[in-house]
Design a protein around this ligand. Sequence first.
Ligand SMILES: Cc1cc2nc3c(=O)[nH]c(=O)nc-3n(C[C@H](O)[C@H](O)[C@H](O)COP(=O)(O)OP(=O)(O)OC[C@H]3O[C@@H](n4cnc5c(N)ncnc54)[C@H](O)[C@@H]3O)c2cc1C
Length: 425
Amino acid sequence: METIILGAGAGGLTLALRLALRGDHVTLVERAAEPGGLAAGFAVGDTTLDKFYHHLFRSDRAIIALLNEIRLGDDLIWGTPDTSVLVGGKTRTLNSVSSVLKFSPISPIARVRMGAVVGVLKLWPHYQSLQDQPAAAWMRRWMGQGAYDKVWGPQLRGKFGDHADEISMAWMWARLHYRTTQLGYLRGGFQRFYDRMAELIGALDGKLHFETTATRIHPLRDKKIRVETTAGDLTGQRVISTLPTRVTMKLLPTLPTFQRRYEWGDAYGAHCLILALDRQLMERVYWLSICDPDYPFLALVEHTNFIPPAEYGGRHLIYLGNYLPMDHPLFRQSKEAVIAAYLPAIKRINPAFSLDWVGESWMFAAPYAQPIVTPEYHRHIPPHDLPIPGVYLANMFQVYPQDRGQNYAVDMANWLAGQLHERDS
Ligand SMILES: Cc1cc2nc3c(=O)[nH]c(=O)nc-3n(C[C@H](O)[C@H](O)[C@H](O)COP(=O)(O)OP(=O)(O)OC[C@H]3O[C@@H](n4cnc5c(N)ncnc54)[C@H](O)[C@@H]3O)c2cc1C
């Protein structure tokens, strides 16, 4: 079977590997110069760092199994780095029962209540009973106004802005249910995983076209499908798009009924400023969620408080991240302007910080990086089979109720490749 796969991120590469292992002639079409999609890296010294902060959870079974299968599992570094929140100008750890019980911005009774509700959500398996309710209202009701105001409300607003009150409780459930305090990172960056996948697909005679954008998908008469790209046309019997649903729809002939139902909802873009410092910024914290108002970023991730600076030639690496509507002015600002805008806020976190600490800096942005998962979302998740025979969809917007993730892209790809193989045989 001649299979063309659009997108060489976690999903596209896993599909390509699985189908190539089963005898398909696979061709991957990728707009970027390298594999990896949202989890791709860039060179820092003689290693790579992810353009957007990434780690795994112990519950990310599909990707852990795949890393083991392709002999990278031994390079997974596991640890319990400090994850904290910034509330009332103070950094406070909030990743264990004891840290919840010591969380002084809310009353002792509110702490017990918050801890108990998190515990119930960790055990409660039925997200379906929660999915039609907004998380904001649910959290206020069950965790109390204090916990909502100090912790959950600011995080929802930080991530979803004006949509904060509309996010489904199923999304919140999945974050609390599946996430572990143990985190994993691939030594040398996740780019190693994607490079290895691309190498294995090449070794199975798969073809990889980088810096090639798919511009059109045309069904032909003889059950074949033509994909037009910026580097010429390709023809196959099957096309699988891992591109966002809206982007995929633009490539296809008009499908009014399908589009009305599934070309639906909003997504935010991701923006990250990365600074290489000559010293540590935060004493111990790896992940800091900003819950105080008036900060220009929603998370500060000191990567080298998890993975030692020695791995990066002694650099201390911090990410300052945001999710925002794709037309937000931040996406048009120069790196220098963003650094200047963030400087006072970084100084509020560590008053000693100065621009003299900064060596290199980088800035990355990506569209369609965070689906807005409202209570109606699940009614608009497209099926994998598109209305055009032989054309399939397997993207981040079909991951539900979990909040995206490399693991879920791999899991979905494993599943779809298995289904297609069964149909073929
Ligand atoms: C800020 C941020 C933090 C994250 N943190 C984590 C984390 O800690 N852990 C984790 O596991 N996951 C995390 N994720 C999510 C993770 O990156 C994604 O879930 C995963 O990489 C999605 O893989 P994918 O293959 O589905 O999609 P993508 O990675 O989006 O792949 C799609 C590919 O299609 C290509 N493409 C687009 N249009 C075209 C076209 N017309 N023609 C050809 N190619 C095209 C793109 O270049 C891209 O390579 C994070 C994401 C972001 C943005």
